[in-house]
Ligand binder design. Structure first.
Ligand SMILES: Nc1ncnc2c1ncn2[C@@H]1O[C@H](COP(=O)(O)OP(=O)(O)OP(=O)(O)O)[C@@H](O)[C@H]1O
Length: 239
């Protein structure tokens, strides 16, 4: 579904991604993990068209998409939930969800998708008419995911869904991501910590200093010492 090849991107003279290769197949949950400053957010911003790569290529469903703008890519089925969620805090939950569906013209399907997201995230049904800014951090993350689902993306990318959430709330968010994946949604998720990724990942990439230093299917990475060694940048023999 998504193929990133030798991608280079950065900010002025700073090269944040130094030739990154990432593949996401239909139906997978792919995680990119790495320490602060590894380039994880830059990767998602570049794939979603918010930044233009200086070299390499990005293919989505077979077509070259590098250099295309975020709006075009959103219509093509790529959705990004950026770090910090960016929900509209002064709007109601309902209005936030309606914004998610704004690019769609199939109003009957939007209504049934709205019911589906409210079934997946019951707290949003309870708070439907309430102002989104009063939701807790975990509830706001659920709203951000639900809003993206209403765009009906083929690929949903999420930057640090567990950031700032208590472990029990992370459980709820990860549970809902698992359910959405079971309905066929493909996910590319960035996390700073490796702690929870094994629960959900089909495949994992470790990014350090703008380069992929380890990649593998979940079955290949059951020995987490290799993952930790790549993450912290020491040899796995010493781990
Ligand atoms: N807007 C920007 N202008 C200049 N440099 C930036 C900008 N955003 C990020 N960087 C730099 O690019 C590099 C990669 O940053 P990025 O935010 O992609 O890392 P990250 O892996 O997402 O980190 P974190 O886990 O801390 O969010 C870092 O060196 C960072 O300082």
């Amino acid at each position: 579904m998504l193929e990133v090849k030798q991608m280079v991107a950065g900010y002025g003279r700073l090269t944040a991604l130094k030739g990154v290769d990432i593949t996401v197949k239909e139906g997978e949950v792919v995680f990119v993990v790495g320490p602060n400053g590894a380039g994880k957010s830059t990767l998602l911003k570049t794939i979603s068209g918010l930044m233009t790569p200086t070299a390499g290529e990005i293919r989505f469903q077979g077509d070259r998409i590098d250099g295309r703008g975020p709006e075009t890519l959103c219509r093509r089925g790529l959705a990004l939930i950026p770090e910090g969620r960016h929900i509209f805090k002064t709007l109601t939950v309902q209005e936030n969800l309606q914004v998610g569906a704004m690019i769609r013209k199939d109003s009957a399907d939007v209504r049934s998708d709205m019911e589906m997201v409210l079934d997946t995230f019951p707290i949003l049904r309870e708070r439907f008419k309430g102002v989104a800014g009063y939701l807790s951090g975990g509830e706001q993350q659920q709203l951000a995911i639900a809003r993206s689902i209403l765009q009906r993306p083929a690929l949903l990318m999420i930057d640090e869904p567990s950031l700032g959430l208590a472990p029990l709330v992370i459980d709820q968010v990860y549970d809902s991501l698992r359910k959405l994946n079971e309905t066929g949604l493909t996910l590319l998720i960035v996390e700073q910590s490796t702690g929870r990724v094994m629960e959900l990942a089909s495949r994992i990439y470790v990014l350090r200093n703008g380069k992929v230093v380890l990649e593998g299917d979940r079955e290949e990475l059951t020995d987490t010492s290799a993952l930790d060694a790549a993450y912290f940048g020491f040899s796995s023999d010493a781990a």
